[in-house]
Design a protein around this ligand. Structure first.
Ligand code: MG
Length: 276
C-alpha cells in the first residue's frame, strides 16, 4: 500500500495539440524504503555481473543472438527474470543496437564486425523489483571518433549521476548530461528519456537528457532512477525501423547509450548496477 509519506509530486509540461497549448501534468515519484533498495541492490548486482560477462564475449564474429542467449541463461541462473523479454512484445532478453542504431535493436543473426560499436541494454526483475542498465562497447579496434563518443557518453552519465544529491532538482540531472554531450560536439536524443524504476520498469519521473538547471521537483533520498543518455555523433533526430522496435539516427551517424540504476541516499548517489 502506498501512503502519502512515500510519494513526491512534480509537474511536467504536456503538449496537447501540435505544439500549441501546453498544460501541466502532475506526476508522483515513489520513494523506496531501505528494505526495497536492498532488494534493488541485489538485482543491480545481477545485472552488473551479467553485463561483465557480455562485455567479455563481445568480439568480431559473435552474433547478437548468441549474446542474448548468454544473457538469458545467466539471468535465470541468478534466479532473476529477464525484464525485457515479452515487455510490450519485445522478443529477446537484451537489446543489441549496433552503430547508427540508438536503442531497442533486436538480437538476431548479425555477426559483429571489427570496428562496430554495440550498445547492450537489459534489465532484470529480482524479488519483484526492476534494475536496468546499458553499455556501449567497441568491437575490436574502432575509430578514434567512435572511441571518443563512447567516452563522452559515459562521462555524460557520470555527470548526471553526480547531480543525484538530496536538495538538487530533477532537471539538474538532465542539464548536466546535455552539457557534457554538447560541450563535446555531440547531440542528445530528445525522444527517449530516463525514468524512475522500482516495482515497475518505467515509473515517474521521466528524465530527459536535456533540460534547465534548478527546475523540477527536489530530489530526495529514496528516489531510484535509471539514467540513460543516448548520444549521437550527428544530429539528435531519430526514427524507428519497420520492425517497430529498432531506433536509428535519422542522419545515419553513430550513437551511444549508457545506463545505470541509481538510488539517491542521504550520502549522495549509490549506483546499484555498478559491479562491486
Ligand atoms: Mg531504461
Amino acid at each position: 500500500m502506498l501512503s502519502s509519506c512515500n510519494l513526491e509530486f512534480g509537474f511536467r509540461k504536456v503538449e496537447v495539440a501540435a505544439g500549441f497549448s501546453l498544460r501541466f501534468k502532475k506526476f508522483m515519484i515513489i520513494l523506496k524504503s531501505a528494505k526495497e533498495i536492498k532488494k534493488m541492490r541485489r538485482g543491480g548486482q545481477i545485472v552488473a555481473q551479467v553485463c561483465q560477462k557480455l562485455t567479455e564475449k563481445v568480439r568480431p564474429g559473435i552474433s547478437t543472438e548468441e549474446l542474448d542467449r548468454v544473457a538469458s541463461t545467466l539471468i535465470r541462473m541468478n534466479r532473476a527474470v529477464p525484464a525485457f523479454l515479452g515487455f510490450r512484445g519485445f522478443p529477446a532478453s537484451i537489446c543489441t543496437s549496433v552503430n547508427d542504431q540508438v536503442v531497442h535493436g533486436i538480437p538476431g543473426s548479425y555477426r559483429l564486425r571489427e570496428g562496430d560499436i554495440i550498445s547492450i541494454d537489459f534489465g532484470v526483475i529480482y524479488q519483484g523489483y526492476y534494475s536496468d542498465m546499458a553499455v556501449t562497447l567497441p568491437v575490436g579496434n574502432v575509430s578514434r571518433d567512435a572511441q571518443r563518443l563512447i567516452e563522452v557518453t559515459k562521462s555524460a552519465l557520470d555527470s548526471g549521476i553526480t547531480q543525484m544529491v538530496p536538495g538538487n532538482k530533477l532537471y539538474d540531472i538532465s542539464a548536466a548530461i546535455q552539457e557534457c554531450a554538447e560541450n563535446n560536439g555531440f547531440s542528445v536524443v530528445r525522444e527517449l528519456v530516463g525514468h524512475g524504476i522500482g516495482q515497475k520498469m518505467h515509473e515517474e519521473p521521466q528524465i530527459p537528457n536535456f533540460g534547465k538547471r534548478s527546475t523540477g521537483p527536489y530530489l530526495k533520498a529514496g528516489m531510484v532512477f535509471a539514467l540513460e543518455p543516448m548520444v549521437n555523433m550527428g544530429g539528435y533526430e531519430v526514427k524507428t525501423l519497420e520492425d517497430n522496435w529498432t531506433v536509428v539516427t535519422a542522419d545515419g551517424s553513430l550513437s551511444c547509450h549508457f545506463e545505470h540504476t541509481v538510488a539517491i541516499t542521504d550520502n549522495g548517489p549509490e549506483i546499484l548496477t555498478e559491479l562491486h
